[in-house]
Design a protein around this ligand. Structure first.
Ligand code: BES
Ligand code: MN
Ligand code: MN
Length: 478
């Protein structure tokens, strides 16, 4: 048994060049799920992953999502071959093959879908890495798992080394997982047999500090449009005579926070679970340097701002927030144009923590907007998507197995952390199927997730690949 996993690890080591080339092939497929122009590429990216799993002994297929009238992107669903006498754990691996849009394109140092392998690191900065959209979020992290599966198949002759495994790769994670819940409902009988879900789509604490994430935040994403006159107007003739929707919108938005940077929507904090002293103490011991993190994004220590009474880590991991993601209106082209526009709009989202509910938060926000409708204006309020927050159990035997796997694979004890990001599937798995999730991710804070020049460092790829291989070995012992 021990012999097996050592062979798997050395196989993975000798296959690393091939693994990198394969990942770069996958990254070349521009699977941007939010933009209908990339539909066929999304399907190609799904098929690519499905073929990879099939070559590792999985029964894999693309499953359609959505409806005929409004089709979604396919889900890759794969299984290890059934073995009726199997008694061990049944793991559901979840990942996503879709990626975020690439804009602003001019800030990329190399084209986003022409992955670039940079083999030299910089001291104190990033190490050898692959730069491309999707490098770390999430193709690179799914690749760690795919490679580990192939090596196990090659060494043991069995898919996933004989561990019962279901793989679900989503193609709409970056566009709000709009068809996922219906898919989970439709396949409930099958998926609820899984004992635990494993996701590699989160980060480590720092270089060489692997972590298991036990909580992600939820999200409620909205767009609000404030309409005034039925046409754009000359600002000389009309300025001072009628509402300017841009200035009215910004006045409303400015009321979203009080002087302590708390969100002012009534009831917003009602369902927020207070931080426990135990968590506060544990997180302090992680020695996270807020100023150092800020320095990596070009900010000084004075930029450590947020809700009064909480540290930066506490604010990211355990407190809800409101954000304006974009705001437009009027003339934004070159030069000057004197105009009072007919409307202005903003994309406003909320990061949520347990036990907040995205539907409730969106309703409360829309009501709050209505109560502040500027005279002569009217709202158009759009609910984009949401996802529930998820805090998962840390006392399961599978999670302990993951900690041991990381330890054996990397020589480091994984730390237990939370993340401010959102992965909607985790909340749905828990509420719909009663399945807990283990987030075992290998990204870094400076990977430029969702931004130009997204990267995944080879050292992270290596640690993750070995950890996935080792996790199989640990699961076999349960
Ligand atoms: N993988 C990220 C979330 C993430 C990133 C978690 C880093 C932890 C560390 C995921 O792909 C993502 O971007 N999620 C979206 C969710 C949304 C589109 C519903 C997010 O958090 O904005
Ligand atoms: Mn992701
Ligand atoms: Mn993402």
């Amino acid at each position: 048994m021990g012999l097996n996993v050592d062979q798997v690890l050395s196989r993975l080591e000798s296959q690393e060049k091939q693994q990198i080339q394969e990942l770069m092939d996958w990254l070349r497929i521009p699977s941007i799920s939010t933009d209908p122009a990339y539909r066929s590429h999304c399907r190609r990216a799904a098929q690519w992953a499905s073929d990879h799993l099939a070559a590792s002994g999985f029964a894999s297929a693309l499953r359609e999502t959505g409806t005929q009238a409004s089709p979604g992107h396919p889900i890759v669903l794969a299984h290890t071959p059934g073995d009726a006498s199997y008694q061990g754990p049944h793991v559901l691996f979840y990942g996503h093959y879709d990626v975020q849009p690439v804009d602003p394109l001019d800030l990329w140092e190399s084209p986003p879908f022409e992955p670039k392998l940079i083999e030299t690191g910089t001291s104190g900065g990033p190490g050898p890495r692959i730069v491309a959209r999707g490098a770390v979020d999430d193709k690179g992290q799914v690749m760690m798992f795919l490679s580990a599966m192939r090596a196990w198949k090659e060494i043991s002759g069995l898919a996933a080394g004989g561990v019962k495994m279901t793989v679900l790769l989503e193609g709409e994670e970056e566009s709000g997982s709009v068809n996922l819940d219906a898919f989970l409902d439709a396949n409930k009988a099958e998926l609820s047999k899984c004992s635990v879900c494993l996701i590699s789509d989160t980060g480590m604490l720092d270089r060489g500090r692997p972590a298991i994430t036990y909580g992600v935040r939820g999200l409620a994403y909205t767009e609000i449009v404030l309409h005034a006159a039925n046409q754009d107007l000359h600002s000389g003739l009309w300025g001072g005579r009628c509402p300017n929707p841009i200035s009215e919108l910004t006045k409303v938005l400015a009321q979203l926070w009080d002087k302590d940077r708390k969100v002012t929507i009534p009831g917003f904090y009602d369902r927020v679970r207070p931080l426990t002293q135990g968590e506060r103490d544990a997180w302090k011991k992680l020695n996270i340097d807020a100023a150092e993190s800020l320095s990596k994004i070009g900010l000084g220590p004075e930029a450590n701002v947020g809700e009064t009474g909480f540290s930066a880590t506490e604010r990211e991991w355990a407190r809800p927030t409101a954000e304006i993601n974009g705001i437009v209106g009027g003339y934004t082209g070159k030069g000057a144009k004197t105009v009072i526009p007919a409307y202005a709009s903003a994309k406003v989202s909320f990061r949520l923590v347990a036990d907040q509910d995205p539907v409730q938060v969106t309703e409360a926000f829309f009501k709050w907007c209505q109560e502040r409708t500027p005279p002569g204006c009217r709202w158009e309020l759009i609910d984009h998507h949401g996802g529930h927050p998820a805090t998962v159990r840390t006392d399961s035997k599978e999670l302990s197995a993951a900690v041991r796997a990381i330890d054996r694979a990397t020589g480091r004890k994984a730390e237990l952390i939370k993340s401010g990001g959102s992965i909607p599937v985790a909340g749905s798995l828990k509420s719909k199927l009663g399945v807990e999730t283990i987030f075992m991710g290998f990204g870094l804070e400076d990977d430029r997730v969702h931004s130009p020049n997204e990267k995944f460092e080879l050292e992270c790829l290596r640690m993750g690949t070995r950890s996935h291989a080792m996790f199989i070995d640990e699961l076999k012992k349960l």
